[in-house]
Design a protein around this ligand. Structure first.
Ligand SMILES: [Zn+2]
Length: 239
């Protein structure tokens, strides 16, 4: 048989939970939801106050929404150990910052999935919220915050862009808030056959923008987002 060998069918890497510092210890499959019992892969048993090791005291659980597999929402249910150092009395819990932001409902992988779904695959926020089984506003707020954090706040996002795509589509079908989104996508790696497209900018608008491509470069103020400069070696713009 040719090709790489098959590894054991382990759920943790299949569900990309190893990337979040989690280990799957059990599963409960329902017709419309899969729950995965998870533990945090590393102990966090050193007290930050006094630097001594503390014994586990008890545990708490935390439910996260994750990327779906198939059409079925996948919900990791984390068991998080709590420790107590008797010497100083400090109580703390295992570090889950790899898995999700503090108090976030979506895992970091779930967020990455949602962002790609909306920008690259053009899914609606309603459809995106349905997949990890969260509220519409939870998905909307999380995707906007994550998009800003990983994509738009990166000052080097336009470096090396040679082929750019501009896309405008309806973000939401209600009256409230930004209704249209304009995105700028770096297609250089697609043209060169070296990798996937990459979002470099996005903006929410309440009115449908009317921008002709020629106008865009005649006056960049027309675009609500900043396109990469032609000086940087941009060779084509597609939409
Ligand atoms: Zn201590």
């Amino acid at each position: 048989m040719s090709g790489p060998a098959f590894a054991r069918p382990v759920l943790t890497p299949f569900c990309r939970l190893d990337e979040l510092g989690l280990v799957v210890t059990g599963r409960r499959l329902g017709p419309d939801r899969a729950a995965l019992a998870c533990e945090v892969d590393k102990p966090t048993d050193w007290c930050r106050r006094c630097g001594c090791q503390g014994p586990p005291r008890d545990s708490v659980t935390r439910r996260l929404a994750h990327e779906p597999f198939g059409w079925r929402p996948t919900t990791p249910l984390l068991t998080i150990r709590r420790y107590r150092r008797t010497g100083c009395g400090h109580v703390w819990r295992q570090d889950t910052s790899h898995a999700a932001e503090p108090k976030a409902e979506l895992s970091r992988r779930g967020l990455g999935w949602a962002l790609e779904a909306i920008v690259v695959r053009h899914l609606t926020v309603a459809r995106i919220a349905e997949a990890p089984a969260v509220a519409w506003s939870t998905a909307n707020d999380a995707v906007l915050a994550e998009g800003k954090r990983v994509l738009i706040n990166d000052p080097a996002r336009s470096d090396g862009v040679k082929v750019m795509g501009i896309d405008q589509h309806v973000w939401r079908h209600t009256r409230k808030g930004g209704k249209y989104v304009t995105v700028i996508i770096d297609l250089t790696a697609i043209r060169d056959g070296t990798g996937p497209s990459r979002l470099t900018d996005a903006a929410l608008l309440t009115v449908k923008p009317k921008i002709h491509l020629d106008e865009l470069f005649a006056n960049e103020d027309h675009l609500p987002v900043e396109p990469p400069s032609q000086r940087d070696g941009l060779s084509s713009v597609l939409r």
